[in-house]
Design a protein around this ligand. Structure first.
Ligand code: G5P
Ligand code: MG
Length: 222
């Protein structure tokens, strides 16, 4: 068993990275660091980083490597001792290489979900912006429509979940993630999980992670 387990979770937009990550951190002592949530937090606070990132995100493009690398390494520095799970980073080979130099990764979890399933899901996504909690009107609807279960605050739809931005994000993903997957494959730490639903994928992820880390509870249910 590895004491400080460091993992990245990869997959297309809408493949369920956020959904599976939130299940992982409920079952394993890991800090969830989501690049998209960090960016949206900066946009909400209107920081210079947020304002420049917003321009790329709303068009479905990647935020420049230098910006992302600085942002993520700062977060990793905050939890030097301990396990973490990076969601949405790396997205380019350069990001993967620099991350590996600074903080070697133990596992890269790649979620493989068909694109037609993804497009339908994203149109029904609602999020709680401050926490990054994700809902879907078909899959995990909030108890009260439009309201976060935990805080009672309003849910919103993401600015980059418009049909045009989603198609662009899927296109960018297809063109850029191959070298990242290859990078982890060559390192011998790539683990792939294929399915049409997060409920299908989650037990496989749980089983794999349980072989590397001790779970908080052995029960796969969340
Ligand atoms: P993000 O925020 O990282 P994406 O595009 O990678 O965004 P996204 O959209 O957040 O990924 P996800 O986390 O993989 O998707 O998926 P999710 O939110 O868990 O699930 C999607 C929806 O499906 C939800 O409504 C969920 O409830 C539902 N769902 C889950 N499972 C099921 C199921 O089994 N069935 C059904 N019916 N529904 C389900 O990045 C955003 C932008 O930030 C920038 C880029 O501009 C990017 O486009 N960015 C970066 N740029 C450069 N480098 C980086 N490293 C960057 N990171 C972010
Ligand atoms: Mg996400």
């Amino acid at each position: 068993m590895i004491k400080n387990f460091r993992a990245v979770i990869l997959g297309a937009p809408g493949s369920g990275k956020g959904t599976i990550s939130s299940r992982i951190v409920r079952k394993f002592e890991m800090k969830h660091i989501s690049s998209g949530d960090l960016l949206r937090h900066n946009i909400q606070l209107k920081t210079p980083l947020g304002l420049s990132a917003q321009h790329f995100m709303n068009k479905g493009q990647l935020v420049p490597d230098e910006v992302m690398i600085g942002l993520i390494l700062k977060e990793i520095d905050k939890c030097k001792s301990g396990s973490w799970l990076l969601d949405g980073f790396p997205r380019t080979k350069k990001q993967a290489e620099i991350l590996f130099d600074k903080a070697p990764v133990d596992s890269a979890l790649n979620l493989i979900v068909p694109f037609d399933v993804i497009v339908d899901r994203i149109s029904k996504r609602w999020i709680h912006l401050p926490s990054g909690r994700v809902y879907n009107v078909d899959f995990n609807a909030p108890k009260v429509p439009g309201i976060d279960d935990v805080t009672g605050e309003k849910l919103v739809q993401r600015d980059d979940d418009t049909p045009t931005a989603v198609m662009k994000r899927l296109d960018v993903y297809s063109k850029t993630l191959g070298p990242v997957i290859e990078f982890y494959k060559v390192k011998g730490i790539l683990e792939e999980f294929t399915g049409k639903t997060s409920d299908e994928i989650w037990p496989m992820v749980f089983k794999y992670l349980s072989s590397r880390m001790t779970p908080i509870s052995q029960d796969v249910k969340i």
